[in-house]
Design a protein around this ligand. Sequence first.
Ligand SMILES: *Cc1c(COP(=O)(O)O)cnc(C)c1O
Length: 339
Amino acid sequence: MIIDLISDTVTRPTKEMLASMMSAKVGDDVFNMDPTVNELQEKAAKMFGMEAALFFPSGTMANQTAIKLHTQPGDQLICDKYAHVYNYEGGGVAFNSGVTCKLIDGNRGMFTAEQLEEVASTTPQIYLPFNKLVCIENTTNKGGGACWDFSELEKIKKVTKDNNLKFHLDGARLFSALVAKNETPKQYGQLFDTISICLSKGLGAPIGSILLGSKKDIEKALRLRKLLGGGMRQVGFLAAAGIYALDNHVNRLAEDHQKAKEIGIVLKSCSYITKVESIETNIVIFYVDKEIGADNFIAKMKDKNILLTPMGEGKIRIVTHLDYTNEMHEILLRELKNF
Ligand SMILES: *Cc1c(COP(=O)(O)O)cnc(C)c1O
């Protein structure tokens, strides 16, 4: 048995999810004739109280489309130094949109309205890139699954409005934040111009993301998705997995969060662990003794069929998910204690 804790993207569709995929009604979505895709998009838009939604093959494509939609070449987007759009999308912001990133030195991937104000309120000069867009991430990936304080987001929204900036949420793991903080999709729908969510992370679908926004923005996004090569045909089979995930896999995220917390408690009791970041959702980030070393620790765990990810600077990441069973959890806790 392999205990794969590399990411929450490693899950396989459940039997029930596969059954709903197999029975999906499909059509050519490039001609807007796939009823299941349309159903998923309408469902998501309604959930968030936003006008429209568009199904994407990946979260990266959804984010990149949003960035393209809000900017012109030479513009600047503002994000945290840990942001996925800056670190893990292949430099796509430059490749696709010709924009630069202004990085804020936040805490665990999150910054304050005050920090944003400082960079957003500079007087435009011909020699400065134009600030156009603020991107935030909830939960933060590189920040260890941390959740934003909603009242801080409201303050940030005000700064974006005062400075005429668009506001995009990279919500790849937004549902983890909603469950952890007891918040609703509609709260977020009111705050952002565009939101991307992933169906293929904690929600357990094999593929798929959704971009939400105004009707006008989503019409533009449809054209941009086509330009990026993301127009898909009988993709309702995959959208059906997304519908199933939204109906059945949201509330259970609490189980993943609980397991992550239990892993954190055990890690803190181990003498060879030097630090465990605070655990809010399904991501655990920790550091081992320099004498052991992160790479060596990961290799030793791999020998026991336990897969973990190095996150640089000595960080090690564990992500709990739908396919991480109670049995695997017992084994992991034992191996950590006995290491
Ligand atoms: C996973 C992820 C994405 C999208 O990644 P894809 O692999 O393209 O689906 C975007 N943002 C964050 C924060 C993520 O964790």
